[in-house]
Design a protein around this ligand. Structure first.
Ligand SMILES: C[S@@+](CC[C@H](N)C(=O)[O-])C[C@H]1O[C@@H](n2cnc3c(N)ncnc32)[C@H](O)[C@@H]1O
Length: 280
């Protein structure tokens, strides 16, 4: 790929998905976009790039974004966030949300579904002691192929073995030929939809907990800050934001601080009480 084509994709990806590509990623662009060009009938990646530049068709742009997104994930990835959810966050929300008996959680870059289904597994187990309560998990991603897999809810033996014990597998999955399908009780706790974190978030409503893990690392600093600020606005007062193990709000000037009792969990900085009016 020549330098001009690289710069074209660098700009396109920043604008459409936030992905910030350094110059040494030319090889990655070529290996991931070659198959896209071939699948659409172009003889070369260069011909595909020329056509895209001439007429940036939304479907072609979406295929480029999808091909360049890293979708690595696993059930109960890093474990600790799910331990916090089970032991501290859900019990706190049961106390706080007694009036509505409902809890909303957003998995904001859900990839192929392992994260939202892990959240739902924790919640399903937890709610056995709280009849009448509901936990709704909203799961979104920018990549159509990842969402289609997530929505189908069928996983290979390899996927299942990464992070799940035999008890969890038997409690939440049903074997189908050589694959495993999430049980309908689990599936109905999760709603999937396409959502780009660069877009306005007001339509998403408010959440008690937001998982936004292992996606900010691909963004440049202004984009990280913008996404984090807008996610914070989607949080109910005293909500929680869980980032990936290598991600943090530190240095971004966000309205978040680290929780004192849950390493890696961010909570909104408490609103500063307005000073009382001084009366003479
Ligand atoms: C590495 S995966 C992380 C999956 C999961 N959160 C985890 O931690 O295991 C990153 C995901 O972010 C998605 N993504 C990248 N840019 C995005 C954007 N602008 N809006 C929404 N999702 C995005 C990718 O499609 C991919 O599925």
């Amino acid at each position: 790929m020549n330098g001009e084509d690289f710069l074209y994709y660098q700009k396109l990806l920043i604008e459409h998905s936030g992905l910030s590509l350094s110059q040494d990623k030319t090889y990655l662009l070529t290996t991931r976009l070659d198959p896209v060009a071939k699948s659409l009938g172009f003889a070369t990646l260069h011909a595909f790039t020329d056509e895209l530049r001439r007429k940036p068709d939304a479907r072609m742009v979406s295929l480029v974004v999808q091909a360049m997104a890293t979708k690595e994930t696993s059930f109960f990835r890093d474990n600790l966030p799910f331990t916090h959810l089970r032991n501290i966050i859900l019990p706190a929300l049961i106390r706080r949300n007694a009036a509505t008996k409902s809890i909303r959680i957003w998995s904001a870059a859900c990839s192929t579904g392992q994260e939202p289904y892990s959240i739902a597994m924790v919640a399903r187990e937890f709610l056995k002691d709280y009849p009448g309560w509901t936990v709704q998990v909203m799961a979104t991603d920018i990549a159509d192929d990842a969402l289609a897999h997530a929505q189908e809810g069928v996983y290979s033996h390899f996927d299942i073995q990464r992070g799940l014990t035999m008890k969890i597998i038997l409690d939440h999955f049903t074997m189908e030929n050589t694959k495993w399908r999430v049980q309908s009780e689990l599936k109905q706790m999760v709603r999937f939809g396409k959502f780009n974190l660069l877009k306005p978030m007001e339509t998403m409503g408010r959440f008690d907990v937001i998982f936004c893990r292992n996606v900010l690392i691909y963004f440049d600093t202004p984009t990280k800050k913008s996404v984090l600020d807008r996610l914070t606005e989607r949080l109910n007062p005293e909500g929680y934001i869980l980032l990936g193990a290598c991600e943090s709000s530190i240095g971004l000037g966000s309205k978040l601080k680290l929780s004192t009792d849950m390493p890696g969990v961010h909570v909104p900085v408490a609103a500063v009480a307005a000073p009382k009016e001084i009366r003479k």
